[in-house]
Design a protein around this ligand. Sequence first.
Ligand SMILES: NC(=O)c1ccc[n+]([C@@H]2O[C@H](COP(=O)([O-])OP(=O)(O)OC[C@H]3O[C@@H](n4cnc5c(N)ncnc54)[C@H](OP(=O)(O)O)[C@@H]3O)[C@@H](O)[C@H]2O)c1
Length: 163
Amino acid sequence: MPRLLHIEVACAENRTIGRSGRLPWSIPEDTRLFHEHTAGQIVILGRVSFDDWAGAREDGRRAVVVTQNAVPPAPNVHSAGTFTEALRIAETLPGRIHICGGERIYAEALALDRPLRLNLTLVHAEIEGDRHFPEWRHLPWRELARRESHDEKFRYTFLELER
Ligand SMILES: NC(=O)c1ccc[n+]([C@@H]2O[C@H](COP(=O)([O-])OP(=O)(O)OC[C@H]3O[C@@H](n4cnc5c(N)ncnc54)[C@H](OP(=O)(O)O)[C@@H]3O)[C@@H](O)[C@H]2O)c1
């Protein structure tokens, strides 16, 4: 049985995840949970997301960066030319494997025929953006947990889904 993959994403109702290379919101509770989930674990992410998140190499995380370009050598940073190669590298490392975007990497992960856990923060707003999470609602998920929360700007739901 292949290892469970954990997909970590925050997306708006219209599936926006990013704008101009950054997150289109700041939701401290979501950021904190994301950091807690991934600390000490393996994170697979695209080059733009890696460049935008210094924490990918901190708190014991091991990053596998998907890129066709060279990544400057650094401790606990691996690079892979494709998502498939990134998974192959991740499988050789101890710890949970967390898929942390961006757009193409989420699409390839959701298309895999293997056990997936989706840790989804659904931000209850329509938000303009240039990167989107693939449609996931029609897939046969089992809901493991759900918690509603909010801050001054947004209402959001933390969902834990598995398939
Ligand atoms: N809301 C969330 O939870 C969340 C999570 C992650 C990211 N984001 C947002 O999403 C945006 C970044 O995502 P993005 O989709 O633009 O970029 P990305 O996936 O982080 O990085 C894109 C780059 O990664 C490489 N790459 C990605 N997929 C690849 C594949 N399947 N095969 C080979 N190379 C691949 C390529 O690098 P090279 O050009 O170097 O070859 C590509 O140019 C930002 O706005 C970020 O804030 C949001």
